[in-house]
Ligand binder design. Structure first.
Ligand code: CP3
Length: 350
């Protein structure tokens, strides 16, 4: 079995399998070259030839144990008829939805049609992984978690304080739950089709789960994620689901116990010993943990990178563990530093 998938089932490898969030992206000159030709980020996402190529670029350099589909979490609002644009250097921009009445602007009419190129990309990646002999590499499909996707839909882009979405959840939770329901349902369809097309594992990115208090976290992070995992597991019981509730702090415990995910991705602030103690060994089957090198440490490189990576591996030695970053690769990261990290991981610790 592929080492990445075996680890998700709870087995321990000699050295940990690895991949890096945002491994396909702007830190690679070959990505930037293709991006310049594509004329727009979404054009690249919805062009299967380009998206397959970009997914494979990091594998050719670093031979990761997993590839991640090249797409974005914001294709869901886009396919639901919300206006989404990516302007270079500015991040995503959406026409914000601010109340229940605004939900009438969303439509599922063209949802499947708009997302069809993504499924074609998934099939193309699997085919090309065989052709290029990445036979031990697994393919990860993904989606944003409903809370995080809703953050962009309501704020209209990135946000510092999430004041609009928080105002909505506190003043009209019933109305807001209708938006979450729409995103839950859309996400289930999207992930099922990725699996049908050949995704071998799924990651759910909840980048903004860390901005909610305990009660709101249960309602808007745990519950919607649980609905997605239960639905996927009914149809695809063998497809592992990795949850990434970035910034959730001590609420990671609740998340692991209540969402029904298979494995947990930890951000850089989670102490690794705490994760072993509180997230891994409390379960009847040891849950595999993925993480959690600070992307800024990878940007810096040098002895500190080696030491920090070795310390992470030492904590998880003898336990099911996938080496990753605590968040996405920073775009200024020199590819040589990634190379250095890969050799440290492949050497392992005794
Ligand atoms: O390599 C991979 O990890 C696969 C592809 C991937 C992208 N986005 C491509 C992308 C994945 C898994 C994502 C997830 C994503 N997208 C998240 C969750 C993870 C996280 O980073 O917190 C979020 C919040 C988004 C939304 C998003 N997409 C933002 C905020 C931005 C702009 C900021 C930025 O980093 O540029 C994007 C654009 C984006 N998504 C790029 C890439 C490669 C850069 C686009 C470009 O080339 O200009």
């Amino acid at each position: 079995m592929k080492p990445f998938l075996a680890t998700l089932q709870g087995t321990v490898q000699k050295t940990p399998p690895f991949w890096f969030m945002r491994q396909a992206g702007r830190y690679l000159p070959e990505y930037r070259e293709l991006r310049a030709k594509a004329g727009g980020f979404l054009n690249m996402v919805f062009n299967p030839d380009m998206a397959v190529e970009v997914t494979l670029q990091p594998l050719r350099r670093f031979n990761m144990d997993a590839a991640i589909l090249f797409s974005d979490i914001l294709v869901i609002p886009h396919a639901l008829n919300q206006n989404v644009s990516f302007t270079a250097g500015e991040g995503p921009k959406l026409n914000p939805l601010r109340c229940e009445a605004d939900l009438s602007l969303l439509s599922k009419d063209r949802f499947d049609e708009i997302l069809e190129p993504v499924y074609e990309t998934v099939r193309g990646i699997r085919k090309n992984m065989i052709r290029e002999k990445f036979s031990d590499t697994a393919l990860i499909g993904f989606a944003g978690a409903p809370w995080t996707v809703a953050c962009y839909m309501v704020e209209g882009g990135g946000s510092r304080d999430f004041i609009n979405i928080k105002n909505w959840i506190y003043t009209d939770p019933e109305g807001f739950s209708k938006l979450i329901d729409i995103v839950v349902e859309a996400t289930i369809c999207y992930l099922k089709k990725q699996i049908e097309a050949g995704a071998e594992a799924i990651q759910i990115f909840d980048s903004w789960s860390g901005v909610l208090d305990e009660k709101q976290f249960r309602r808007w992070v745990i519950d919607p994620t649980h609905r997605i995992t239960q639905n996927l597991k009914k149809t695809y019981p063998d497809i592992p689901i990795i949850g990434f509730p970035r910034g959730a702090g001590p609420l990671y415990r609740d998340y692991v116990q209540k969402t029904g995910i298979t494995a947990i991705s930890i951000d850089s602030q989670i102490p690794t010993e705490w994760a072993v103690e509180n997230l891994q060994t409390q379960q009847s089957v040891q849950m595999s943990i993925q993480g959690n090198l600070d992307p800024a440490c990878l940007l810096a490189g040098g002895d500190m990178l080696r030491e920090t990576a070795e310390n992470i591996m030492a904590t998880f030695s003898g336990k099911p563990f996938i080496f990753n970053l605590g968040h996405g690769i920073i775009k200024e990261t020199p590819p040589e530093h990634v190379e250095q990290l890969v050799s440290v991981i492949r050497r392992g610790v005794s």
